[in-house]
Design a protein around this ligand. Structure first.
Ligand SMILES: Cc1ncc(COP(=O)(O)O)c(C=O)c1O
Length: 344
Protein backbone atom coordinates (compact mmCIF):
# COMPACT_ATOMS: atom_id res chain seq x y z
CA UNK A 1 0.00 0.00 0.00
CA UNK A 2 1.31 3.44 -0.90
CA UNK A 3 1.55 5.93 1.96
CA UNK A 4 1.69 5.40 5.68
CA UNK A 5 -2.01 4.75 6.14
CA UNK A 6 -1.07 1.07 6.06
CA UNK A 7 -2.25 -0.53 9.32
CA UNK A 8 1.31 -1.66 10.13
CA UNK A 9 2.93 1.77 9.54
CA UNK A 10 4.16 3.46 12.71
CA UNK A 11 1.99 6.05 14.37
CA UNK A 12 4.07 9.19 14.03
CA UNK A 13 2.85 12.07 16.19
CA UNK A 14 5.96 14.27 15.89
CA UNK A 15 4.58 16.60 13.23
CA UNK A 16 2.10 16.98 10.39
CA UNK A 17 5.11 17.02 8.02
CA UNK A 18 5.60 13.24 8.25
CA UNK A 19 2.83 12.30 5.80
CA UNK A 20 3.60 10.33 2.65
CA UNK A 21 2.07 11.36 -0.68
CA UNK A 22 -1.05 9.34 -1.47
CA UNK A 23 -1.36 7.34 -4.67
CA UNK A 24 -3.57 10.07 -6.18
CA UNK A 25 -0.93 12.70 -5.44
CA UNK A 26 1.84 10.47 -6.82
CA UNK A 27 -0.15 9.95 -10.03
CA UNK A 28 -0.53 13.73 -10.41
CA UNK A 29 3.21 14.15 -9.89
CA UNK A 30 4.06 11.49 -12.44
CA UNK A 31 1.80 13.09 -15.02
CA UNK A 32 3.05 16.67 -14.50
CA UNK A 33 4.12 18.69 -17.51
CA UNK A 34 7.49 20.24 -16.70
CA UNK A 35 10.06 22.75 -17.95
CA UNK A 36 13.02 24.66 -16.50
CA UNK A 37 11.55 26.86 -13.79
CA UNK A 38 14.68 29.03 -13.44
CA UNK A 39 13.79 30.22 -16.96
CA UNK A 40 10.13 30.48 -15.89
CA UNK A 41 9.31 27.64 -18.30
CA UNK A 42 7.62 25.11 -16.03
CA UNK A 43 3.90 25.17 -16.86
CA UNK A 44 2.88 23.31 -13.69
CA UNK A 45 4.82 25.66 -11.40
CA UNK A 46 3.34 28.61 -13.27
CA UNK A 47 -0.15 27.18 -12.84
CA UNK A 48 0.35 26.59 -9.11
CA UNK A 49 1.62 30.16 -8.65
CA UNK A 50 -1.33 31.57 -10.60
CA UNK A 51 -3.86 29.47 -8.66
CA UNK A 52 -2.37 30.47 -5.30
CA UNK A 53 -2.12 34.18 -6.15
CA UNK A 54 -5.76 34.21 -7.27
CA UNK A 55 -7.07 32.24 -4.25
CA UNK A 56 -5.26 34.45 -1.74
CA UNK A 57 -5.86 37.70 -3.64
CA UNK A 58 -2.24 38.71 -4.35
CA UNK A 59 -0.70 40.04 -7.57
CA UNK A 60 1.98 37.41 -7.65
CA UNK A 61 3.26 34.15 -6.14
CA UNK A 62 6.51 32.21 -6.13
CA UNK A 63 7.16 28.51 -5.49
CA UNK A 64 9.91 27.56 -3.00
CA UNK A 65 11.30 24.20 -1.90
CA UNK A 66 10.70 24.98 1.80
CA UNK A 67 8.91 27.34 4.15
CA UNK A 68 12.20 28.35 5.74
CA UNK A 69 13.49 29.61 2.42
CA UNK A 70 10.20 31.27 1.51
CA UNK A 71 10.16 33.17 4.83
CA UNK A 72 13.80 34.16 4.48
CA UNK A 73 13.44 35.40 0.91
CA UNK A 74 10.40 37.43 2.03
CA UNK A 75 12.32 39.00 4.93
CA UNK A 76 15.21 39.80 2.58
CA UNK A 77 12.83 41.33 0.04
CA UNK A 78 11.25 43.54 2.73
CA UNK A 79 14.40 44.47 4.65
CA UNK A 80 17.91 45.51 3.66
CA UNK A 81 21.21 45.27 5.54
CA UNK A 82 20.90 46.93 8.95
CA UNK A 83 17.10 46.87 8.95
CA UNK A 84 15.07 45.19 11.68
CA UNK A 85 11.97 43.02 11.87
CA UNK A 86 9.66 42.65 14.88
CA UNK A 87 8.83 39.04 15.61
CA UNK A 88 7.48 36.82 18.40
CA UNK A 89 9.94 35.03 20.71
CA UNK A 90 8.39 31.70 19.75
CA UNK A 91 7.93 32.43 16.04
CA UNK A 92 9.41 30.02 13.54
CA UNK A 93 11.09 32.89 11.66
CA UNK A 94 12.93 33.85 14.86
CA UNK A 95 13.50 30.68 16.85
CA UNK A 96 13.42 27.74 14.48
CA UNK A 97 15.20 28.95 11.33
CA UNK A 98 18.71 29.20 12.79
CA UNK A 99 18.53 32.99 12.82
CA UNK A 100 18.75 32.94 9.03
CA UNK A 101 17.50 36.52 8.69
CA UNK A 102 20.50 37.73 10.72
CA UNK A 103 23.00 35.16 9.50
CA UNK A 104 22.23 35.35 5.78
CA UNK A 105 20.19 38.53 5.42
CA UNK A 106 22.00 41.00 7.74
CA UNK A 107 18.57 41.74 9.21
CA UNK A 108 18.30 42.28 12.97
CA UNK A 109 15.42 40.47 14.69
CA UNK A 110 13.65 42.23 17.56
CA UNK A 111 11.97 39.34 19.38
CA UNK A 112 8.93 40.22 21.51
CA UNK A 113 6.84 38.34 24.07
CA UNK A 114 3.59 36.76 22.89
CA UNK A 115 0.09 37.25 24.17
CA UNK A 116 -1.72 34.06 25.22
CA UNK A 117 -3.48 34.04 21.81
CA UNK A 118 -0.13 33.88 20.01
CA UNK A 119 0.06 37.45 18.70
CA UNK A 120 2.11 40.37 20.05
CA UNK A 121 0.32 43.15 21.97
CA UNK A 122 -0.04 46.36 19.92
CA UNK A 123 1.52 48.39 22.79
CA UNK A 124 4.52 46.07 22.72
CA UNK A 125 4.86 46.51 18.98
CA UNK A 126 4.55 50.30 19.38
CA UNK A 127 7.22 50.40 22.08
CA UNK A 128 9.62 48.31 19.98
CA UNK A 129 9.56 50.50 16.86
CA UNK A 130 12.82 52.43 16.96
CA UNK A 131 13.03 56.14 16.28
CA UNK A 132 14.98 57.56 13.38
CA UNK A 133 18.33 57.76 15.13
CA UNK A 134 21.60 56.50 13.70
CA UNK A 135 22.27 54.49 16.85
CA UNK A 136 19.39 52.22 15.94
CA UNK A 137 18.56 49.68 13.27
CA UNK A 138 15.66 50.77 11.05
CA UNK A 139 12.46 48.94 12.04
CA UNK A 140 10.89 47.90 8.74
CA UNK A 141 8.66 44.89 9.22
CA UNK A 142 6.23 43.14 11.53
CA UNK A 143 6.10 39.36 11.17
CA UNK A 144 3.27 37.25 12.64
CA UNK A 145 2.54 33.52 12.43
CA UNK A 146 -0.84 31.78 12.03
CA UNK A 147 -1.44 29.16 13.28
CA UNK A 148 1.20 29.50 15.99
CA UNK A 149 1.72 26.47 18.24
CA UNK A 150 -1.63 25.26 16.93
CA UNK A 151 -3.42 28.45 18.03
CA UNK A 152 -5.49 30.57 15.66
CA UNK A 153 -4.86 34.33 15.88
CA UNK A 154 -8.09 36.25 16.51
CA UNK A 155 -9.09 37.95 13.24
CA UNK A 156 -9.73 41.28 15.04
CA UNK A 157 -6.25 41.21 16.50
CA UNK A 158 -4.73 40.46 13.09
CA UNK A 159 -6.57 43.43 11.56
CA UNK A 160 -5.54 45.80 14.37
CA UNK A 161 -1.90 44.68 14.34
CA UNK A 162 -1.47 44.98 10.57
CA UNK A 163 -3.29 48.33 10.45
CA UNK A 164 -1.13 49.63 13.27
CA UNK A 165 2.09 48.43 11.59
CA UNK A 166 1.10 50.11 8.34
CA UNK A 167 0.20 53.35 10.17
CA UNK A 168 3.77 53.39 11.50
CA UNK A 169 5.29 52.75 8.06
CA UNK A 170 6.09 49.06 8.61
CA UNK A 171 5.42 46.31 6.11
CA UNK A 172 3.72 43.09 7.30
CA UNK A 173 4.63 39.45 6.67
CA UNK A 174 2.69 36.35 7.72
CA UNK A 175 4.29 32.97 8.22
CA UNK A 176 1.16 31.12 7.16
CA UNK A 177 2.76 27.68 7.09
CA UNK A 178 -0.55 26.33 8.46
CA UNK A 179 -2.92 29.02 7.20
CA UNK A 180 -5.25 26.36 5.78
CA UNK A 181 -5.84 25.10 9.32
CA UNK A 182 -7.04 28.64 10.12
CA UNK A 183 -9.22 28.76 7.02
CA UNK A 184 -10.90 25.44 7.84
CA UNK A 185 -11.19 26.12 11.56
CA UNK A 186 -12.82 29.55 11.11
CA UNK A 187 -14.65 28.55 7.93
CA UNK A 188 -13.36 31.64 6.11
CA UNK A 189 -11.87 32.09 2.66
CA UNK A 190 -8.19 32.51 1.84
CA UNK A 191 -8.42 36.25 1.20
CA UNK A 192 -10.09 36.93 4.54
CA UNK A 193 -7.53 34.80 6.37
CA UNK A 194 -4.56 36.84 5.13
CA UNK A 195 -6.13 40.32 4.91
CA UNK A 196 -3.71 43.03 6.05
CA UNK A 197 -0.47 41.27 5.10
CA UNK A 198 1.91 42.46 2.39
CA UNK A 199 3.36 38.99 2.02
CA UNK A 200 2.41 35.50 3.13
CA UNK A 201 4.32 32.20 3.12
CA UNK A 202 2.09 29.13 2.81
CA UNK A 203 3.37 25.55 3.21
CA UNK A 204 2.06 22.67 1.12
CA UNK A 205 4.11 20.07 3.00
CA UNK A 206 2.42 20.33 6.41
CA UNK A 207 -1.21 19.24 6.86
CA UNK A 208 -1.84 19.38 3.10
CA UNK A 209 0.32 16.32 2.55
CA UNK A 210 2.67 17.38 -0.27
CA UNK A 211 6.24 16.06 -0.04
CA UNK A 212 7.79 19.53 -0.38
CA UNK A 213 6.97 23.07 -1.40
CA UNK A 214 5.87 26.45 -0.11
CA UNK A 215 4.43 29.46 -1.84
CA UNK A 216 5.25 33.10 -1.18
CA UNK A 217 2.51 35.60 -2.02
CA UNK A 218 3.01 39.33 -2.51
CA UNK A 219 3.01 42.25 -4.90
CA UNK A 220 4.65 41.92 -8.31
CA UNK A 221 7.67 43.93 -7.22
CA UNK A 222 8.12 42.11 -3.89
CA UNK A 223 7.96 38.74 -5.65
CA UNK A 224 10.47 39.93 -8.26
CA UNK A 225 12.91 40.72 -5.43
CA UNK A 226 12.14 37.42 -3.71
CA UNK A 227 12.83 35.60 -6.98
CA UNK A 228 16.32 37.11 -7.06
CA UNK A 229 16.94 36.08 -3.43
CA UNK A 230 15.57 32.58 -4.05
CA UNK A 231 18.28 32.06 -6.66
CA UNK A 232 20.99 33.36 -4.31
CA UNK A 233 19.71 31.04 -1.57
CA UNK A 234 19.93 28.02 -3.85
CA UNK A 235 16.20 27.59 -4.34
CA UNK A 236 16.07 27.92 -8.13
CA UNK A 237 14.78 24.46 -9.00
CA UNK A 238 14.62 23.17 -12.57
CA UNK A 239 11.81 20.70 -13.49
CA UNK A 240 9.99 21.60 -10.29
CA UNK A 241 6.60 20.84 -11.85
CA UNK A 242 6.69 17.36 -10.32
CA UNK A 243 6.54 19.03 -6.90
CA UNK A 244 4.15 21.78 -7.97
CA UNK A 245 1.76 19.06 -9.20
CA UNK A 246 1.67 17.68 -5.67
CA UNK A 247 0.88 21.19 -4.43
CA UNK A 248 -1.95 21.64 -6.94
CA UNK A 249 -3.32 18.23 -5.97
CA UNK A 250 -3.14 19.19 -2.29
CA UNK A 251 -4.97 22.49 -2.86
CA UNK A 252 -7.70 20.71 -4.79
CA UNK A 253 -8.14 17.68 -2.51
CA UNK A 254 -6.64 18.07 0.95
CA UNK A 255 -7.88 21.36 2.37
CA UNK A 256 -11.33 20.55 3.74
CA UNK A 257 -10.12 17.26 5.21
CA UNK A 258 -8.06 19.25 7.75
CA UNK A 259 -11.32 19.36 9.74
CA UNK A 260 -10.75 15.64 10.37
CA UNK A 261 -7.30 16.37 11.86
CA UNK A 262 -8.85 19.02 14.12
CA UNK A 263 -11.57 16.60 15.27
CA UNK A 264 -8.93 13.91 15.85
CA UNK A 265 -6.86 16.32 17.97
CA UNK A 266 -9.91 16.99 20.14
CA UNK A 267 -10.61 13.27 20.36
CA UNK A 268 -6.99 12.57 21.33
CA UNK A 269 -7.01 15.32 23.97
CA UNK A 270 -10.27 14.00 25.42
CA UNK A 271 -8.91 10.44 25.56
CA UNK A 272 -5.71 11.53 27.31
CA UNK A 273 -7.66 13.73 29.73
CA UNK A 274 -9.94 10.79 30.56
CA UNK A 275 -6.79 8.82 31.33
CA UNK A 276 -5.96 11.45 33.96
CA UNK A 277 -3.25 13.25 31.97
CA UNK A 278 -2.72 17.01 31.70
CA UNK A 279 -3.39 18.13 28.15
CA UNK A 280 -4.14 21.42 26.39
CA UNK A 281 -7.46 22.14 24.69
CA UNK A 282 -6.51 21.98 21.00
CA UNK A 283 -7.69 24.67 18.58
CA UNK A 284 -6.44 22.91 15.43
CA UNK A 285 -4.22 19.82 15.00
CA UNK A 286 -1.82 20.25 17.95
CA UNK A 287 -2.19 18.75 21.43
CA UNK A 288 0.28 19.52 24.22
CA UNK A 289 0.76 17.00 26.99
CA UNK A 290 2.62 17.67 30.24
CA UNK A 291 5.15 14.99 31.12
CA UNK A 292 7.20 15.05 34.33
CA UNK A 293 10.97 15.00 33.75
CA UNK A 294 11.29 11.61 35.46
CA UNK A 295 8.82 10.00 33.02
CA UNK A 296 10.30 11.22 29.75
CA UNK A 297 12.74 8.43 28.89
CA UNK A 298 10.45 5.62 30.09
CA UNK A 299 7.42 6.95 28.24
CA UNK A 300 9.38 7.37 25.01
CA UNK A 301 10.58 3.73 25.12
CA UNK A 302 7.11 2.49 26.05
CA UNK A 303 5.57 4.33 23.09
CA UNK A 304 8.26 2.98 20.76
CA UNK A 305 7.44 -0.55 21.88
CA UNK A 306 3.81 0.21 20.97
CA UNK A 307 4.85 1.38 17.48
CA UNK A 308 4.38 5.07 18.30
CA UNK A 309 6.90 7.81 17.54
CA UNK A 310 6.66 11.01 19.59
CA UNK A 311 9.02 13.76 20.69
CA UNK A 312 8.54 13.28 24.43
CA UNK A 313 9.43 16.40 26.43
CA UNK A 314 8.09 18.28 29.47
CA UNK A 315 5.64 19.84 27.04
CA UNK A 316 5.11 17.05 24.54
CA UNK A 317 3.67 18.19 21.21
CA UNK A 318 1.41 15.64 19.53
CA UNK A 319 0.19 16.46 16.03
CA UNK A 320 -2.63 14.88 14.06
CA UNK A 321 -2.47 14.55 10.27
CA UNK A 322 -3.79 12.70 7.26
CA UNK A 323 -1.81 9.51 7.96
CA UNK A 324 -3.48 9.14 11.38
CA UNK A 325 -7.04 7.94 10.95
CA UNK A 326 -9.28 7.64 14.03
CA UNK A 327 -8.31 3.98 14.67
CA UNK A 328 -4.69 5.04 15.12
CA UNK A 329 -5.74 7.73 17.58
CA UNK A 330 -7.52 5.00 19.58
CA UNK A 331 -4.32 2.93 19.57
CA UNK A 332 -2.40 6.02 20.73
CA UNK A 333 -4.74 6.73 23.64
CA UNK A 334 -4.57 3.09 24.71
CA UNK A 335 -0.76 3.13 24.62
CA UNK A 336 -0.65 6.24 26.83
CA UNK A 337 -3.15 4.59 29.21
CA UNK A 338 -1.02 1.45 29.36
CA UNK A 339 2.15 3.25 30.40
CA UNK A 340 2.67 1.81 33.89
CA UNK A 341 4.70 4.58 35.52
CA UNK A 342 2.46 7.64 35.51
CA UNK A 343 2.80 9.47 38.83
CA UNK A 344 -0.29 9.14 41.04
C1 LIG B 1 5.26 27.70 11.47
C2 LIG B 1 6.30 27.19 10.53
N1 LIG B 1 6.86 28.03 9.66
C3 LIG B 1 7.80 27.63 8.79
C4 LIG B 1 8.25 26.32 8.76
C5 LIG B 1 9.36 25.94 7.83
O1 LIG B 1 8.98 25.04 6.87
P1 LIG B 1 10.05 24.04 6.20
O2 LIG B 1 10.22 22.91 7.13
O3 LIG B 1 9.39 23.68 4.90
O4 LIG B 1 11.31 24.81 5.98
C6 LIG B 1 7.69 25.40 9.66
C7 LIG B 1 8.15 23.99 9.65
O5 LIG B 1 7.73 23.15 10.41
C8 LIG B 1 6.70 25.85 10.56
O6 LIG B 1 6.16 25.01 11.46
Amino acid sequence: MVGSNAPSAPIDLRSDTVTRPTSGMRAAMAAAEVGDDVFGDDPTVNRLQAVAAERFGFESALFFPTGTQSNLAALMAHCGRGDEFLVGQEAHTYKYEQGGAAVLGSIQPQPLEHEPHGGIAIERIAAAIKSDDYHFARTRLLTLENTIGGRVLPMDYQREATEFAHSRGLATHLDGARIFNVIVKLNIDERTAVAGFDSVSVCLSKGLGAPAGSILLGSRSLIADARRWRKALGGGMRQAGVLAAAGLYALANNVQRLAEDHANAEYLAAGLRDAGLKVSAPQTNVVYLEVAAAQIAGLKSHLERCGIIATVAPRTRLMTHMDLPRAKIDTTVQAFRDYPDWPH
